[in-house]
Ligand binder design. Structure first.
Ligand SMILES: O=P(O)(O)OC[C@H]1O[C@](O)(CO)[C@@H](O)[C@@H]1O
Length: 498
């Protein structure tokens, strides 16, 4: 079996960092091509960018601020200087408050975590991912995540939660996100309707935000507000108090391990030569596939059910960071983020893998596997072996393809993929995994000349929603098109109001 390149492993096929193995053998990239890719990265000043990013330079040019989420997991506590001031004392203070809160919450049955986008995906993923790790003790609270403005999610939660032993955490960097503030008001109303006094409600209400005055104005007591900072992007914020549920449910030590894994990955990203640097290797491999195959999408398939939320988290990370058409200089760029999708394998095989194998487009895949089964029960070992064999088989089939007389049975092959192998799934390696992809997104942004830390494109729709909401609220089915509502939308409003 051969692909274009002889598939005996080459120097760039297998790398280890933070005990994770990245195997790129099925990327089908020759030694000369790897060399060219790293040389391009150097010409693009990638090493300087990495240093600027991690040392607090204002890499977020449009908003003139750094993207210093790495400081939130800097367990070495070494100074991180931002505009002449060390940010670590305030970061450490929040860690101490999180630790203290873990000890204070006794008898809590339910936690309602209200937040959306970056204020939701990270903690939701971590709570799910660590739920079945045998070594991690859970405090057994029901962790409810409330993101959607659609009341279906709210109703589901409120039928389960016990109001007198519920704590509510409102998580919003801006504290102006409509979904979050409306859901928070609805939950407060539910507490009131359930007979809680104002004092009891105040006791139940917590907030995590970069807008402390906004949270206070909402009615959250100051000592219940956990701050974070404008230099932490929402989609990079799970390392801040946004990750509070991780500490509350699994203990502060587990939260620290999560940060430690990410910190270890940051150190690797900062210090490893480009040729051995996992985030960089993954980024340049994707760049290669864009140049060679014109790829428009890529998939992340974790062969671990516990990581089913990972692709959703990754979608925001990659597409909100790098889904742009102009570069830092405002000029059109050649490449930006492909469409990202995925879900847990082997389920995904029974859904959309057909397209990977025989569809007309080349879609690179990150196969993410975990060496250690989630349990050592005999049946778990057998299941895990089948899970891993499926993962390996899919990658091999995609790489080599298959000839046949019947065109229907032909697999074209040469479909690139990575294998990323975690030694086990625990808080440390989960942290390392997320930081790997964060650093990969930043690397891709740097190579594409994109500012990965703003998201101006998400604002316009929010602005347009306001007059539309007003028109829907009018109940009129004679709404006319105007400056902010076009003919099509006016007709749709009239249909809804009729
Ligand atoms: O944390 P906030 O300010 O409520 O924002 C939630 C999410 O909304 C966005 O701003 C997109 O609308 C994301 O960038 C962010 O993660």
């Amino acid at each position: 079996m051969q692909t274009e390149k002889n598939l005996s492993n080459t120097a760039h096929d297998s790398h280890v960092a933070v005990d994770m193995v990245l195997d790129t053998a099925y990327q089908n990239i020759s030694e000369a091509q790897w060399k060219e890719l790293f040389s391009f990265a150097r010409k693009s000043h990638l090493p300087e960018f990495i240093e600027d990013l991690l040392s607090g330079k204002h890499v977020n040019l449009s908003e003139d601020r750094p993207a210093l989420h790495s400081a939130l997991r800097n367990l070495s506590k070494s100074p991180v200087i931002l505009d002449g001031q060390d940010v670590m004392p305030s970061v450490i203070k929040v860690w101490q408050r999180i630790d203290a809160l873990c000890n204070q919450w006794v008898g809590v049955t339910d936690v309602i975590h209200i937040g959306i986008g970056g204020s939701d995906f990270g903690p939701r993923l971590a709570i799910e991912a660590l739920a079945h790790v045998p070594e991690i003790e859970s405090r057994g609270m029901r962790m409810h995540f409330l993101a959607n403005i659609d009341t279906a999610e709210l109703a589901r939660i409120l039928t389960k939660a016990l109001p007198h032993s519920t704590r509510v955490i409102i998580v919003s960097k801006s504290f102006t996100t409509l979904e979050t503030t409306m859901n928070a008001k609805a939950v407060v109303a539910w507490l009131k309707d359930s007979g809680l006094t104002q004092r009891q409600i105040n006791k139940a209400l917590f907030a995590v935000t970069a807008n402390v005055s906004g949270a206070k104005a909402f009615g959250v007591e100051e000592e219940h507000i956990f701050p974070f900072w404008d230099w932490v992007g929402g989609r990079y914020s799970v390392w801040s108090a946004v990750g509070l549920p991780i500490a509350l449910q699994y203990g502060f030590k587990t939260f620290e391990e999560f940060l430690a894994g990410a910190h270890a990955m940051d150190l690797h990203f900062r210090n490893a030569p480009l040729e051995e640097n996992l985030p960089v290797i993954m980024a340049v491999a994707l760049l290669h596939q864009q140049e060679k195959n014109g790829i428009k999408s890529y998939a992340a398939i974790p062969y671990a059910d516990a990581l089913d939320w990972f692709p959703k988290w990754l979608q925001q990370l990659d597409m909100e960071s790098n889904g742009k058409s102009v570069g830092k200089d405002g000029k059109p760029i050649k490449h930006s983020s492909p469409i990202v999708f995925g879900s847990a394998g082997s389920n995904a095989q029974h859904s959309y893998f057909q397209l990977f194998h025989q569809g007309p487009e080349v879609i690179p895949i990150d196969f993410i596997a975990v060496r250690k089964p989630m349990s050592d029960r005999p049946e778990a070992l057998a299941h895990h072996r089948i899970l891993l064999s499926n993962c390996l088989a899919q990658a091999q089939a995609l790489a080599h393809g298959k000839d046949a007389n019947n065109p229907n049975d032909v697999y074209p092959g040469k479909r690139p993929s990575n294998l990323l192998l975690l030694p086990e799934l625990n808080a440390f390696y989960l942290g390392a995994l997320l930081a790997l992809y964060e650093n990969r997104a930043a690397t891709l942004g740097a190579l594409w000349n994109i500012n990965s830390f703003d998201q101006p494109g998400v604002e316009y729709g929010k602005v347009l929603a306001k007059p539309i909401e007003k028109a829907l609220g009018s109940g009129s089915d004679h709404v006319e098109a105007n400056d902010s509502i076009d003919v099509v939308t006016a007709a749709r409003i009239n249909l809804l109001n009729s």
